[in-house]
Design a protein around this ligand. Structure first.
Ligand code: A2P
Length: 269
């Protein structure tokens, strides 16, 4: 009846679910990672992002897009985040402890996915800062190694401490029972710093332009016949690296029209 319908509770099928914080690890005063429970029904493609957030006193949750840093086969969900002292979400999110609740959106999406690229020989993943997050997922996915002979991840940060997450994660892949063997001999991490001395000092754009990146890796310069790229960092970084890809003859792809490189903004800020 109309009366019964009016009193039935309204359930929004798209409302975020409440997940439990399983672990939190702080790397620097600007960076941390956390792991959440993953609902059985939560499906995503490796490299995608989803809305993450916290409830607010006024009842309206505060949500921001976050790349999922764990692979699709993992029982848990991992996220890598910046801490912004006055950031509406990250100022509070940085204080979470195991057992706390975090909101998880229901609709993961994104373009840093293997299906948005045409087949190739060598896959580059160019990242700065928290832009490494989607690549943390992709380097732990067996499909990455089924599709490419070589996987080169670059991570550039202001200083060495900010490289801890990527460096530890890539090192641990050698021991990973699922992808360790597949990644051996294929996966390489190239790190650089811009504000403190480092053997590879400089922005990734400079390292590409001068050719130092390719010389250090012992690979030919970028070639649309063989090379594919994924780019994730600040808006400016994406635009600049994208310009270099186009200058080398690579074409931007999407889910609807796969091509030679794809881009995504590193969200959390
Ligand atoms: P820089 O120190 O020269 O600004 P952030 O922590 O601010 O997000 O920056 C992460 C890294 O991205 C820093 O090493 C920074 O270099 C670098 N970066 C910033 N803008 C660009 C850009 N337009 N192209 C390439 N790298 C950039």
């Amino acid at each position: 009846s109309a009366a019964a319908a009016a009193t039935a509770p309204r359930v929004n099928p798209n409302a975020p679910t409440e997940e439990t914080v399983l672990s939190v690890e702080h790397y620097t005063d600007r960076l941390f990672r956390f792991r959440l429970t993953r609902p059985r029904s939560f499906r995503f493609r490796t490299g995608e992002f989803v809305m993450i957030g916290l409830p607010r006193e006024d009842g309206k949750p505060i949500l921001r897009a976050y790349s999922i840093a764990s692979p699709a086969w993992d029982d848990e969900l991992e996220f890598y985040s910046i801490k912004v002292p006055d950031g509406p979400l990250t100022s509070r999110l940085q204080a979470i402890q195991p057992g706390d609740k975090v909101l998880l959106g229901k609709k993961p999406t994104g373009t840093l996915v293997l299906d948005a690229l045409t087949p190739g020989k060598r896959l580059y993943m160019f990242s700065t800062g928290t832009g490494f997050a989607p690549f943390a997922s992709l380097v732990r996915d067996p499909e990455t190694y089924e599709r490419y002979d070589e996987v080169i991840v670059t991570h550039t940060c202001r200083d060495e401490d900010e490289l801890a997450y990527s460096t530890n994660l890539i090192r641990a892949i050698a021991e990973d029972p699922l992808v360790g063997e597949m990644a051996a001999g294929k996966l390489r991490l190239y790190t650089s710093c811009t504000r403190t001395p480092h053997p590879n000092m400089g922005r990734i754009t400079t390292l590409i332009e001068t050719g130092k990146l390719f010389a250090d890796l012992g690979v030919p310069k970028l070639n649309p016949e063989t090379d594919r790229a994924m780019i994730c960092g600040s808006m400016e970084m994406i635009q600049d690296v994208k310009g270099l890809m186009i200058a080398h003859g690579l074409t931007e792809g999407s889910n609807a029209a796969p091509a030679e490189f794809v881009i995504e903004k590193a969200f959390a800020g």
